[in-house]
Unconditional design. Sequence first.
Length: 248
Amino acid sequence: MLGTMSDHDLARKLKRSHGAVRHHRIRRGIRAFGHTIQHGWTRAEEKLLGRLSDHELAKRLGVSHAAVQVRRCRLGIPKLQPLCWNWTREEDALLGAMPDKETARQIGRTVEAVCQRRQQKGIGMFGFKLHEWTKADEKLLGHRTDEEIARRLNVTVWAVKGRRLKLGIRAPRGHGPWQPEEDALLGAMSDQDVARKLARTIGGVVARRHAKRILAFGSRLKESASKGSIASNGRRSPQSLIQAYENV
């Protein structure tokens, strides 16, 4: 009885829901009553069935969503399962070689899937110059966060992550040991600015500054506190530093 009358009339006759009747008809590959599909399917178009979502393929071919479903079911092609469709080397080779939209069209994938795969592989977008990694750049990997390295080298975080994974380098657990050039910034600007510039926590900056016995930016020792606080070796004693901080 499917296709011999409207889905609505058949559902009422069989006392079933309209959605159940329509779903069963489509699964059997039966056209709707009074509806003729004028689109003539080519082999190239049929190859896209199951490789693109029914909605995207319908939009690309200019046909109805139901027309794509009927054709796919009639040929026994399962619905798209993106997670089970592994990428090939040939497909990976196209990433970044052309716009994502063009790559998606050629290999029969969605633009979102192409973009995500390209980012996972650390490949830059088409039209952008790829960063040429030097040995000095690679020495930063694993010692700094991917975000900080990306800012320093003016590349994307995905590019840094992709390079690090390609070299088998683990992401840093912390921020690594302090460097002399970083210590030079302590007290030269506010702790907040130092933390933001070095991509470290404010607590870490404050602890390092205290360990190096460096006063906070903008602090001024009183004249009375500075007298007698310099030891014979030219360095301030811990007691004088504590007194100085209390007087600020």
